[in-house]
Design a protein around this ligand. Sequence first.
Ligand code: FES
Length: 111
Amino acid sequence: MTWRKILGIKALENSGNHVSINLGDGKVVFITKQNGKLYGINGICSHLKCILGNVSEDGKHVICPCHNAKFELDTGKMVEPPFIAPQTPMEKYTLETYNLREEGNFIEIEE
Ligand code: FES
């Protein structure tokens, strides 16, 4: 396993503490820091591929801006379905999560 620098810590702070970035290899990662903990989750919504998103008030979820599906930052699990598809089998729509760390002035992802 290796670590790759993907974002400056200042850039995360300047973007309101959450941002989706394209890593250039087809992967988009939603990054946020909540209560001192960094979260990395697939930034492409598993419903209809909108780019995530906004952090919930409790700081534990990301909400898709398109149809409000809600995902746990820790596990990537969908915990609320899209409002246009309330019967969505949520267990099939879990998003991948990534290990992130701070190193110097940068955020790194484990690959
Ligand atoms: S694209 Fe995300 S909830 Fe529909």
